[in-house]
Ligand binder design. Structure first.
Ligand SMILES: [Ca+2]
Ligand SMILES: [Ca+2]
Length: 144
């Protein structure tokens, strides 16, 4: 079960664990390259091509995400999608716009760029992977 105090971290990790934006690929990732990956990720997730991610589209995407080779079960996929929406839907219209998605990605990046040098280095990526492992097991992410 995702516990309340770990939910944001879990949701952020889940975003990073998408196939196009894998946690493993975060080594030496810069904000610019991460944003470029988000562009293709957003397009792939927007299945009806209306320029917004609905909760259903998010759920569909999350359900296909692999975290260390394992997909989340349906219950966790729904929860993570709901958390991503809750965190990212700034204007509360029930869908994620590109701008909202970009802003969420910025928050994700900042969460992992622990020394704030604009890059997620190998050590920071390793920490992200450890958190992703916690999500894949359905458990809590490591505490700070
Ligand atoms: Ca859409
Ligand atoms: Ca919105």
């Amino acid at each position: 079960m995702l516990r309340t105090h770990t939910t944001l971290a879990a949701a952020l990790v889940a975003l990073l664990a998408t196939p196009a934006l894998t946690v493993a690929a975060m080594g030496q990732e810069t904000r610019a390259t991460a944003t470029a990956k988000l562009d293709s990720e957003f397009a792939a997730s927007d299945t009806n091509k209306d320029g917004y991610l609905s909760l259903a589209e998010l759920e569909g995407r999350v359900a296909k995400m692999k975290i260390r080779g394992k997909t989340l079960d349906a219950v966790h996929a729904k929860r993570v999608a709901a958390l991503v929406m809750a965190r990212g839907d700034l204007d509360k219209d029930g869908r994620l716009s590109r701008a909202e998605s970009d802003q969420l990605m910025g928050a994700v990046f900042s969460a992992y760029d622990l020394n704030h040098d604009g890059k997620v280095d190998a050590a920071e990526a390793a920490r992200a992977r450890a958190m992703a492992d916690g999500v894949a097991k359905g458990g809590a992410a490591p505490k700070k």
